[in-house]
Design a protein. Sequence first.
Lengths: 371, 373, 559
Amino acid sequence: MTPQRAVILWLTAALLLLAACVPPVGVGPTAEPSPAAATPTPVAAQTLVLMSHDSFAATEDVIRQFETAHNVKLEFLKAGDAGEALNKACLSKDNPLADVFFGVDNTFFSRAIGCDIFEPYASPLLADIPDDLKLDPQSRLLPVDFGYVNVNYDRRWFAEKGLAVPQTLRDLTKPEYKGLLVVQNPATSSPGLAFLLTTVAHFGETGSYTYLDFWRDLRANDVLVTDGWSEAYFSHFTVGSGGEGDRPLVVSYATSPPADVYYSEGAKTEPDSGNLSPANATFRQIEFIGILRGTKQRALAEKLIDFLLSPTFQEDIPLQMFVYPANRNAKLPDLFVQFAEVPQQPVQLAPEQIEANRERWIEAWTDVVLR
Amino acid sequence: MAQLEVLQVSKAFDATPVLREVSFAVEAGELVCLLGPSGCGKTTLLRIVAGLEQPDSGQVRFEGQDLAGVPVHRRGFGLMFQDYALFPHKSVAENIAFGLRMAPKEQRLDRQSLQRRVAEMLTLVNLVGYEDRRVHELSGGEQQRVALARSLAPRPRLLMLDEPLGSLDRVLREELMLELRHILKRVGTTALYVTHDQQEAFAIADRVVILQRGRVEQVGAPAAVYRRPATPFVARFLGMQNLLPGRVVALTPQPTVATAVGTFACAGCAPEAAVGAVVTVVIRPDAAAPAASCADGDRRNCLEGTLTELSFRGSQVKIECAVGELGPRFTFDLPGAAAASLPAVGEPLRLRLDPDGVVLLPAGEENSRTDVQ
Amino acid sequence: MYLPRAWRALYLLPLAFMAAFYFYPLLSILQLSLLPGGQPDLSGFRALVERPYLRGVVWFTVWQAAVSTLLTLLLGLPAAYIFAHFEFPGKGLLRALTTIPFVMPTVVVGAAFTTLLGPRGVVNDLLQAALGLDRPPVNLLYTLWIILLAHVFYNATVVVRIVGDFWANLDPRLGEAAAVLGADRWRVLREVTLPLLLPPIAASSLLVFLFCFTSFGVILILGGPRFSTLEVEIYRQAVNYFNLPLAAVLSLVQLVITFAVMAAYTRLQARTSLPLNLRPRSSIAHRPANAREWLAVGAVITLLTAVLVAPLAALAVRSVTLGEGPPSLRFYQALTVNRSQDIFFVPPVLAIRNSLVFSAAATVLSLALGLISAYLLTAPGRAAGRLARWLDPILLLPLGTSAVTLGFGYIVALGRPPLNLRTSLALVPLAYTLIAMPFVVRTLLPALRRLDPGLREAAATLGASPTQVVREVDLPLIWRGLLVAAVFAFTISLGEFGATLLLYRPAYPTMSVVIYRALGQPGLVNYGQALAMSTLLMLVCLGSLLAIERFRVGGQGEF
């Protein structure tokens, strides 16, 4: 080894050691104040903790507005996917990890209520939220956003092949669409579960053609099942994988097409994917927020709930999390107006029904599709 | 024809020559020692004969067959490693049986004969009852015996031993040296033995091959080599310290050289130089005997100086004799009985030298020797 | 080996660590699940008995782990041999590359395998073009084969490093002695080399087995929904169905099997452990001398490249070629732009730094605790021996424990002072250490056992204090072992094994967090950023490994 190389290597080593001795650097709320917020903040700002699933996102300035207005520091805690985060909140019931929880959806709604971890709070902003989103009369869980799980298709692929786009769920079992669809395992994926629930509601459990008959036919039609949304979308969907996948139909969200444009860095003016949202064949996921039982800062927590439901935050939701704001006064961005169609007549399934039958439906599905 | 022939073997590691055109031969049943200081290439030579290394050039022949292309395990040789390389995961008996089990199918012994052979070997090396011991429970001497038994068990056509006594203490060495020769002679196997210790080589070998910097310096029976070292290096390596330059002044009746400290005749040394040639004179340590005077008659082969050191060793007396204030110093071994007739240290001393103890060697760099034997 | 008397209080550290961060949380969650409110809940046990499906999962979990371990050995042993015995250009780089899979998130590896082996992957494209086929001939995705392949991909380095290090120290004369006695290559291997290598082979097999036994991401993402291991099933039960009793029972099954495997290993180890006189040698490696050796080296390099390096290379290439237009670094640039003023946006430099900080801290911690544990396990005396028999398997248990279960345990148990750590950053290196320590201990044990007590005594007679003996004799002699251990600890932390244990604080993002966040939303830029960040992760890992391996002390030879 030449001396120069030795020096470089030792320097690297020294840097590594140095790195071990310094604390990790934070971003966001805990980082040094940005120049705009450089005005001396009054001492003893209180801290409020917001616990959420991993997909929570927000614009920095929006959060700062809340922090400045109430002289509070918001801390974030992410706890895995929606199910995992809720379970962790349930487990820490006696000694809550946070003050406010973001992101219980309607498939987990009953479990959340059953855990008894939320304090009722009838926020005045509930008045601006459509009644059909409100599932808890006691206002322990307040709707904050919603989105639709449906089937996305590759517009270019279908145009090039000269193939008509399927019009109903049943169409997906036709021979011309053999080997074109990728879906997610309802046991491990939230859109996967939503799609299974769609089929349960759409075809029913009894009758001449049940949801299981549909899935049996889909299986015969070479449906591909992945465990998570990311693999389905990025590895197999022709649009999401940049051409590498071979499935032009994917179970995803009705807002995925605008996201496709938004995240193309200006390369696209309109999405490559489109929505298949036949009537009574999409699932509406509603997300809720609530104050965790046992918070020591009830008043501030209420302020945070109000803020999350206010137009300021609500208008930030679409382009950060690609779902629709619950507050009807929140204005939608152009992108949504242009490309995200709001599916008519999503299926209706009560949360209690979902919680009571989830395991049975998934097991039956697993038997038909996977074994 | 010799059984083992090493012909013009050369080997270099990373462009550093380790062996340079080495040639020698071993007769069937002969015990030959490769002797030389560490780093002289003797272990490499052994590994080439064993087939563990390939020579860059030259040939190794056994019973007339060129061994190039014969892999290690087909040569039917035995090799006893320095530190023995016993298999730590096998018992003593399993170690000894290993080579027997490796034999080609048609020659493989059945279970009983194999056990018999192992027992035979244990008797030979005096380790009866050690069958089931683990090798790490054995002492150094016991390990050495197991290693010997393991190498001998498959009846190798040639046995090689690499410093087999190297790591043992002195007393054990003396004891095992003779026992080793005894065992090897009794088995009658041809053996090639590597050591850096000339006493060990002399005690054990039929013939020695002296190596230096990858070259053969001299080959011969121990006594012959000692009596007539062929090069200044060999002389020094065998412990001869009395070397000095001289000039040949006469060839008859005996070759005679003149040096700074006197004129010396040598007996039985075939002169390779003409009168006037410059040579190196070696005076063997056992050549001297105290003399009363050098004045009477022949002044040749007489050394006059001062006794500077005397060390009594029982059967021997080692002395050092200085000629002149700054002149050369000579060391000699005298019989123990001679001690009585020596002067005190610091007193003048006269020594008469036996012409048979004087050797003439070509002058020049001590390390080179172009002709062999 | 023993520590100086004054230091023996240190023995308590790893014990306390295990008690506080493993047993306490684990027992807490098991208690909550199986004895809710003090009443035993046996529904989990009933389910295990009544549902044949679950027994199938248990069987599949064990079976695939065993086969994966075997295949990993099949690739790892020749590679270990080549690395121990030959010098060839690019050796250090190749060895570092074989370790990189260890840190790669499964989602990205899944994408890499799809790029290579998917229906429109490189391999199928080439084969289709070459053979004129109209359907892709290789269909490995969502088959058992890709699970096994991925396990080899991830774990080969464990065998290469643990066995390779030992092999390099093995006295070559033992093999030569066997050859002179008439053994051909294969018999030398069978009769001498493999028996002597059994301890490191057993140790690395054990670690690989446990890793595959608790495999989660590979099963979910590459194996697909048709395959389920205990770990996956525990996750489904605990997270999707919130069926804690069944999850707890399945976790117990995992622990029982882990303990059984450990017991078998301990027995094997007791039978095969020999006081080998392995001397640290500078290097027995040499350049391949003839065509046959070049062929062997070439074959192994090719195989390693195909299985380990090609997926990584595919990923890196894809990060610059994704989408339309010529190859560019646009996704790397995109990493540095916070275009939606996201409050959780992470500049890549910061993510790299945080990853390095957490990993370095976990490395230091697990080396310290692991070294003390290794001393404790090799301490002389009967009482110590008895303790070691229990402690040894216990230290390995975290590897065979479901991350979800333990993570829930943290939530339940670590919420009260003095261990109020549920949301603390300190929990991050602590959790990594739990996973890394078994590797550190397994790597250091053989090195410590190899230490000749005579050397320590010699140092003591020369006036070295007990502390100096440790510093001057022990540490330099086990330095290579420490390096291997450091590599494992660092990569385990960088790969964030055990991260699912934790609540994640978005304020302190790491590289993996950036990757997962990018893959959470549709859009080519997100996919491209995930690929770009993965490539950066590879580079950071590669650089760190090359740096770690160059650490030297006391004139020790090359690692």
